[in-house]
Design a protein around this ligand. Structure first.
Ligand SMILES: [Zn+2]
Ligand SMILES: [Zn+2]
Length: 370
């Protein structure tokens, strides 16, 4: 019987506890992955902080989702990765962490990324397959999960953001209809916003403007391709920030504005920064119950669109890996995972990652090494 360590979450304000969990027999179409790096994503911080009500099972929750690892056990029927390339134990892999059902109205409409069944309730260590999240030594990729071999030239720390932050921003910008020559405003220079700057440039954006309040993050955004940055501590009035965006976009406003902040107060301002006919991409506000006041006439008279995106189509992962291979010397991806911690120090990793309300931070992404 093989066991592995997992960090179990018992609710906001309570410390994670490290538990020894039994690895199940691997089903014929499943894969057990030995997690190499598990990053603390902004959405993990929302759960940890308690920004929205959570219903946890009595035995706690093994969460975390932004990760990469090596194949530890292949199910008997798994011979290849999701692109048909031979897969062996020990191979480094990137993989999805959610499971569209394949048998609902949305899936039948060929929109697996929108499947409502893929959003699962928190699962504890007693529930099969036990290794249900990233903050553990193993991750059990269930049947139907997608898995991709990682190119040798990409170090682990470049790959660990792929299955959440990077895939999310690529898919989001595709869904927003970003086109060659467009102007893009990015609200929030955290892990997603910084990578979105680079992805937007790679997709052909002419102008990328990043907004944040922490100078170190804005400096990093410029290193990742942002043409201009706006510090809300320096430009304190909303109307001045909107004017700045107009000036930087030839007077028209941005084609696409993206929310990667996580607090909905920024949304009306972002919509105001759009050109007539522009698209607002909503990704940041994942906390249920968080509300904001909107002026719908802005959408009508400006013919503006708002689209929400959660997760992505699996095909984005190999494209994200290609993007990294193509651009690994163009932008400093090695700066994205700024700190690593052993799994046992997960409480410290979360405390250090906490940024809300802070003036400065040196943490971009903390990664656990289980
Ligand atoms: Zn994430
Ligand atoms: Zn479905």
């Amino acid at each position: 019987m093989i066991t592995g360590k997992a960090a179990v979450f018992f609710g906001p304000g309570k410390p994670f506890e490290i538990r020894e969990v039994t690895l199940p027999e691997v089903e014929p179409e499943a894969v057990v992955i030995r997690v190499s790096l598990a990053n603390v994503c902004g959405s993990d911080l929302h759960f940890w902080r308690g920004d929205a009500p959570l219903r946890l099972p009595p035995d706690g929750w093994i969460f975390g989702h932004e990760m990469m690892g090596r194949v530890a056990r292949l199910g008997a029927k798994v011979k290849t990765d999701s692109l048909g390339r031979a897969l062996r134990e020990g191979d480094r892999v990137a993989y999805t962490y959610f499971y569209p059902c394949g048998r609902c109205y949305v899936c039948l409409n060929k929109e697996p990324a929108n499947c409502p069944a893929k959003i699962e309730r928190p699962r504890g260590p007693s529930e099969f397959p036990h290794f249900n999240g990233a903050f553990a030594e193993y991750y059990y990729l269930r049947p139907g999960g997608h898995i991709f071999k990682v190119p040798d030239e990409l170090p682990d720390a470049l790959v660990s953001p792929v299955n959440c932050a990077l895939a999310q921003v690529i898919f989001g910008l595709q869904q927003a209809g970003l086109r060659f020559g467009d102007s893009v405003v990015i609200q929030g220079a955290g892990g997603l916003g910084i990578q979105a700057a680079a992805v937007a440039k790679d997709m052909g954006a002419a102008t990328v403007i990043v907004i944040d309040q922490i100078p170190g993050r804005l400096e990093l955004a410029r290193a990742f391709g942002a043409d201009d940055t706006i510090n809300i501590k320096e430009v304190t009035e909303r109307k001045d920030r909107v004017n700045d965006v107009r000036k930087l976009t030839g007077g028209t406003g941005a084609d696409v504005v993206c929310d990667f902040v996580g607090f909905p107060q920024v949304i009306p301002e972002g919509i105001e920064m759009l050109r007539a006919g522009g698209t607002y991409l909503e990704i940041g506000t994942i906390s249920r119950g968080a509300k904001v006041e909107l002026e719908p006439a802005q959408l009508v008279w400006g013919a503006k669109k708002i689209i929400g995106v959660i997760m992505y189509d699996a095909m984005v992962i190999p494209r994200a890996l290609d993007f990294l291979v193509r651009n690994r010397t163009r932008w400093p991806f090695e700066r994205l995972v700024s700190h690593t911690y052993p799994l046992e120090h997960i409480n410290q990793a979360f405390a250090d990652s906490e940024w809300h309300g802070r003036e400065t931070t040196t943490i971009t992404r903390a990664a656990l090494v289980p």
